[in-house]
Ligand binder design. Sequence first.
Ligand code: UDP
Length: 244
Amino acid sequence: MALKRYEGKAKILYATDDPQVLRVYYKDDATAFNAQKRAEIAGKGALGCRISSLIFAYLQRQGIPSHFLQQVGDREMLVQAVEIIPLEVVVRNVAAGSLCRRLGIGEGTILAEPLVEFYLKNDALGDPLLTDAHIALLGIATPSEKQALESQGLVINRHLQELFGACDLTLVDFKVEFGRDRQGQVLLADEIAPDTCRLWDRRVEGTSTARSLDKDRFRQDLGGLAEAYQEVWQRLRSVIPPSP
Ligand code: UDP
Protein backbone atom coordinates (compact mmCIF):
# COMPACT_ATOMS: atom_id res chain seq x y z
CA MET A 1 0.00 0.00 0.00
CA ALA A 2 1.32 3.38 -0.99
CA LEU A 3 2.15 5.66 1.92
CA LYS A 4 -0.26 8.55 2.32
CA ARG A 5 1.78 11.71 2.74
CA TYR A 6 -1.03 14.23 3.11
CA GLU A 7 -4.80 14.41 2.75
CA GLY A 8 -6.43 17.71 1.89
CA LYS A 9 -10.03 18.71 1.21
CA ALA A 10 -10.03 17.61 -2.43
CA LYS A 11 -6.84 15.62 -2.96
CA ILE A 12 -4.65 12.94 -1.38
CA LEU A 13 -0.88 12.86 -1.86
CA TYR A 14 0.87 9.49 -1.88
CA ALA A 15 4.57 8.72 -1.83
CA THR A 16 6.08 6.78 -4.74
CA ASP A 17 9.28 4.73 -5.04
CA ASP A 18 11.02 7.96 -6.04
CA PRO A 19 11.27 10.41 -3.11
CA GLN A 20 11.19 13.29 -5.59
CA VAL A 21 7.84 12.20 -7.08
CA LEU A 22 4.39 12.18 -5.48
CA ARG A 23 1.12 10.73 -6.75
CA VAL A 24 -1.91 13.02 -6.38
CA TYR A 25 -5.35 11.42 -6.14
CA TYR A 26 -8.28 13.74 -6.94
CA LYS A 27 -11.27 13.02 -4.68
CA ASP A 28 -14.92 13.47 -5.61
CA ASP A 29 -15.37 15.70 -2.54
CA ALA A 30 -16.51 19.27 -3.05
CA THR A 31 -15.98 21.76 -0.24
CA ALA A 32 -16.63 25.48 0.08
CA PHE A 33 -16.61 28.23 2.70
CA ASN A 34 -13.54 26.85 4.42
CA ALA A 35 -15.01 23.31 4.29
CA GLN A 36 -18.17 24.27 6.18
CA LYS A 37 -20.11 23.06 3.15
CA ARG A 38 -19.29 19.58 1.81
CA ALA A 39 -20.65 17.08 -0.70
CA GLU A 40 -19.47 14.20 -2.81
CA ILE A 41 -20.05 14.69 -6.53
CA ALA A 42 -19.51 11.64 -8.73
CA GLY A 43 -17.06 12.31 -11.54
CA LYS A 44 -15.69 15.56 -10.10
CA GLY A 45 -12.29 14.12 -9.14
CA ALA A 46 -11.62 12.60 -12.54
CA LEU A 47 -12.67 15.77 -14.37
CA GLY A 48 -10.60 18.00 -12.07
CA CYS A 49 -7.56 15.77 -12.62
CA ARG A 50 -8.00 15.69 -16.40
CA ILE A 51 -8.55 19.44 -16.71
CA SER A 52 -5.65 20.26 -14.42
CA SER A 53 -3.32 17.86 -16.29
CA LEU A 54 -4.31 19.36 -19.62
CA ILE A 55 -3.72 22.92 -18.38
CA PHE A 56 -0.39 22.17 -16.68
CA ALA A 57 0.86 20.43 -19.85
CA TYR A 58 -0.36 23.38 -21.96
CA LEU A 59 1.36 25.91 -19.68
CA GLN A 60 4.59 23.89 -19.74
CA ARG A 61 4.56 24.14 -23.52
CA GLN A 62 4.24 27.93 -23.07
CA GLY A 63 7.36 27.88 -20.87
CA ILE A 64 5.68 27.91 -17.43
CA PRO A 65 7.47 25.39 -15.19
CA SER A 66 5.25 23.39 -12.83
CA HIS A 67 5.33 20.34 -10.60
CA PHE A 68 3.23 18.37 -13.15
CA LEU A 69 4.85 15.26 -14.62
CA GLN A 70 2.01 13.20 -16.11
CA GLN A 71 -1.54 12.02 -15.59
CA VAL A 72 -1.85 8.37 -14.57
CA GLY A 73 -5.11 6.46 -14.71
CA ASP A 74 -8.38 8.29 -14.50
CA ARG A 75 -7.96 10.59 -11.53
CA GLU A 76 -4.32 10.66 -10.53
CA MET A 77 -1.26 12.62 -11.57
CA LEU A 78 2.43 12.29 -10.85
CA VAL A 79 4.05 15.49 -9.66
CA GLN A 80 7.46 16.60 -8.56
CA ALA A 81 7.70 16.85 -4.77
CA VAL A 82 7.85 20.50 -3.71
CA GLU A 83 7.57 22.40 -0.48
CA ILE A 84 4.41 24.45 -0.89
CA ILE A 85 4.79 28.18 -0.22
CA PRO A 86 1.85 28.93 2.13
CA LEU A 87 0.32 31.59 -0.12
CA GLU A 88 -2.76 31.54 -2.31
CA VAL A 89 -2.04 33.80 -5.25
CA VAL A 90 -5.33 35.07 -6.68
CA VAL A 91 -5.44 36.86 -10.04
CA ARG A 92 -8.61 38.69 -11.06
CA ASN A 93 -9.79 40.09 -14.39
CA VAL A 94 -13.43 40.68 -13.49
CA ALA A 95 -14.88 41.52 -10.07
CA ALA A 96 -16.57 38.61 -8.29
CA GLY A 97 -16.63 36.80 -4.95
CA SER A 98 -14.68 38.22 -2.06
CA LEU A 99 -13.49 41.27 -4.04
CA CYS A 100 -17.10 42.43 -4.37
CA ARG A 101 -17.87 41.62 -0.74
CA ARG A 102 -14.74 43.39 0.54
CA LEU A 103 -14.71 46.51 -1.63
CA GLY A 104 -18.33 46.88 -2.72
CA ILE A 105 -17.45 46.64 -6.42
CA GLY A 106 -20.33 45.36 -8.57
CA GLU A 107 -20.03 41.76 -9.70
CA GLY A 108 -19.02 41.58 -13.34
CA THR A 109 -17.10 44.87 -13.34
CA ILE A 110 -14.17 44.48 -15.73
CA LEU A 111 -10.96 45.49 -13.98
CA ALA A 112 -8.82 48.01 -15.88
CA GLU A 113 -5.72 45.92 -15.03
CA PRO A 114 -5.52 42.38 -13.68
CA LEU A 115 -5.34 42.44 -9.89
CA VAL A 116 -3.05 40.10 -7.95
CA GLU A 117 -3.80 39.33 -4.31
CA PHE A 118 -2.05 37.14 -1.74
CA TYR A 119 -3.87 35.15 0.93
CA LEU A 120 -2.34 33.11 3.73
CA LYS A 121 -2.96 29.38 3.31
CA ASN A 122 -4.34 28.76 6.78
CA ASP A 123 -7.79 27.22 7.24
CA ALA A 124 -7.85 27.95 10.99
CA LEU A 125 -7.45 31.68 10.24
CA GLY A 126 -9.83 31.58 7.26
CA ASP A 127 -7.08 32.31 4.67
CA PRO A 128 -6.67 36.05 5.45
CA LEU A 129 -5.73 38.60 2.77
CA LEU A 130 -2.08 39.62 3.18
CA THR A 131 -0.32 42.91 2.57
CA ASP A 132 3.32 43.02 1.44
CA ALA A 133 4.25 43.91 5.03
CA HIS A 134 2.38 40.85 6.33
CA ILE A 135 4.24 38.58 3.88
CA ALA A 136 7.57 40.02 5.02
CA LEU A 137 6.55 39.90 8.70
CA LEU A 138 5.64 36.23 8.46
CA GLY A 139 8.87 35.51 6.55
CA ILE A 140 6.98 33.65 3.82
CA ALA A 141 8.75 35.32 0.91
CA THR A 142 11.26 38.10 0.46
CA PRO A 143 10.02 41.22 -1.37
CA SER A 144 11.77 40.06 -4.56
CA GLU A 145 10.32 36.52 -4.27
CA LYS A 146 6.86 38.01 -3.74
CA GLN A 147 7.39 40.23 -6.78
CA ALA A 148 8.40 37.18 -8.83
CA LEU A 149 5.24 35.32 -7.76
CA GLU A 150 3.13 38.31 -8.76
CA SER A 151 4.80 38.49 -12.18
CA GLN A 152 4.41 34.74 -12.67
CA GLY A 153 0.71 35.02 -11.72
CA LEU A 154 0.25 37.70 -14.40
CA VAL A 155 2.04 35.64 -17.06
CA ILE A 156 -0.09 32.59 -16.20
CA ASN A 157 -3.16 34.84 -16.39
CA ARG A 158 -2.27 35.94 -19.93
CA HIS A 159 -1.87 32.34 -21.09
CA LEU A 160 -5.05 31.17 -19.36
CA GLN A 161 -7.07 34.11 -20.70
CA GLU A 162 -5.99 33.18 -24.21
CA LEU A 163 -6.73 29.49 -23.65
CA PHE A 164 -10.14 29.96 -22.03
CA GLY A 165 -11.00 32.75 -24.47
CA ALA A 166 -10.55 30.26 -27.31
CA CYS A 167 -13.10 28.08 -25.44
CA ASP A 168 -15.63 30.94 -25.25
CA LEU A 169 -15.04 31.16 -21.51
CA THR A 170 -14.27 34.36 -19.59
CA LEU A 171 -11.56 33.82 -17.00
CA VAL A 172 -12.99 35.94 -14.17
CA ASP A 173 -10.40 34.99 -11.55
CA PHE A 174 -8.29 32.08 -10.35
CA LYS A 175 -6.06 30.91 -7.54
CA VAL A 176 -2.64 29.33 -7.91
CA GLU A 177 -0.07 28.00 -5.50
CA PHE A 178 3.68 27.66 -5.86
CA GLY A 179 6.26 25.36 -4.31
CA ARG A 180 10.04 25.10 -4.04
CA ASP A 181 11.80 22.02 -5.36
CA ARG A 182 14.98 20.57 -3.84
CA GLN A 183 17.13 23.01 -5.78
CA GLY A 184 15.04 25.93 -4.49
CA GLN A 185 13.46 26.55 -7.90
CA VAL A 186 9.93 27.96 -7.61
CA LEU A 187 7.37 25.91 -9.54
CA LEU A 188 3.68 26.33 -10.16
CA ALA A 189 2.00 23.61 -8.07
CA ASP A 190 -1.34 22.33 -6.71
CA GLU A 191 -4.02 22.43 -9.45
CA ILE A 192 -5.69 24.67 -12.03
CA ALA A 193 -9.27 23.55 -12.61
CA PRO A 194 -12.84 24.86 -12.29
CA ASP A 195 -12.47 24.31 -8.52
CA THR A 196 -9.90 27.10 -8.42
CA CYS A 197 -11.09 29.39 -11.25
CA ARG A 198 -14.21 31.34 -12.04
CA LEU A 199 -15.24 30.70 -15.65
CA TRP A 200 -18.25 32.39 -17.25
CA ASP A 201 -19.73 30.93 -20.43
CA ARG A 202 -19.75 33.44 -23.31
CA ARG A 203 -22.21 31.24 -25.23
CA VAL A 204 -24.93 31.92 -22.65
CA GLU A 205 -26.66 35.25 -22.03
CA GLY A 206 -27.65 36.46 -18.59
CA THR A 207 -26.36 36.65 -15.05
CA SER A 208 -23.13 35.17 -13.77
CA THR A 209 -25.25 32.50 -12.12
CA ALA A 210 -26.59 31.36 -15.48
CA ARG A 211 -23.12 31.48 -17.04
CA SER A 212 -21.04 29.92 -14.28
CA LEU A 213 -19.08 26.77 -15.26
CA ASP A 214 -17.08 26.45 -12.04
CA LYS A 215 -17.29 25.76 -8.31
CA ASP A 216 -19.74 28.64 -7.82
CA ARG A 217 -22.34 26.09 -9.00
CA PHE A 218 -21.64 24.25 -5.75
CA ARG A 219 -21.09 27.33 -3.56
CA GLN A 220 -24.44 28.77 -4.67
CA ASP A 221 -26.38 25.47 -4.85
CA LEU A 222 -26.97 25.84 -8.59
CA GLY A 223 -26.53 22.13 -9.36
CA GLY A 224 -24.96 20.69 -12.49
CA LEU A 225 -21.37 20.87 -11.25
CA ALA A 226 -20.12 17.68 -12.93
CA GLU A 227 -21.89 18.66 -16.16
CA ALA A 228 -20.22 22.10 -16.05
CA TYR A 229 -16.76 20.57 -15.51
CA GLN A 230 -17.45 18.14 -18.36
CA GLU A 231 -18.29 21.09 -20.62
CA VAL A 232 -15.05 22.87 -19.66
CA TRP A 233 -13.10 19.66 -20.32
CA GLN A 234 -14.66 19.19 -23.74
CA ARG A 235 -14.02 22.77 -24.81
CA LEU A 236 -10.39 22.61 -23.65
CA ARG A 237 -9.93 19.31 -25.53
CA SER A 238 -11.25 20.91 -28.67
CA VAL A 239 -8.71 23.77 -28.60
CA ILE A 240 -5.60 22.13 -27.10
CA PRO A 241 -3.74 19.92 -29.53
CA PRO A 242 -2.89 16.49 -28.09
CA SER A 243 0.55 16.26 -26.45
CA PRO A 244 3.24 14.87 -28.75
N1 UDP B 1 -10.08 30.24 -4.60
C1 UDP B 1 -9.60 28.96 -4.42
N2 UDP B 1 -9.35 28.52 -3.15
C2 UDP B 1 -9.56 29.29 -2.05
C3 UDP B 1 -10.06 30.60 -2.25
C4 UDP B 1 -10.31 31.04 -3.53
O1 UDP B 1 -9.38 28.23 -5.38
O2 UDP B 1 -9.29 28.83 -0.93
C5 UDP B 1 -10.35 30.73 -5.96
C6 UDP B 1 -11.84 30.86 -6.24
O3 UDP B 1 -12.35 29.69 -6.83
C7 UDP B 1 -11.88 32.03 -7.20
C8 UDP B 1 -10.68 32.90 -6.79
O4 UDP B 1 -9.82 32.03 -6.07
O5 UDP B 1 -11.67 31.56 -8.52
C9 UDP B 1 -11.06 34.10 -5.97
O6 UDP B 1 -11.83 33.67 -4.87
P1 UDP B 1 -12.47 34.76 -3.88
O7 UDP B 1 -11.38 35.46 -3.14
O8 UDP B 1 -13.41 35.62 -4.63
O9 UDP B 1 -13.18 33.91 -2.78
P2 UDP B 1 -14.67 33.33 -2.67
O10 UDP B 1 -15.64 34.33 -3.13
O11 UDP B 1 -14.64 32.11 -3.51
O12 UDP B 1 -14.78 33.05 -1.21
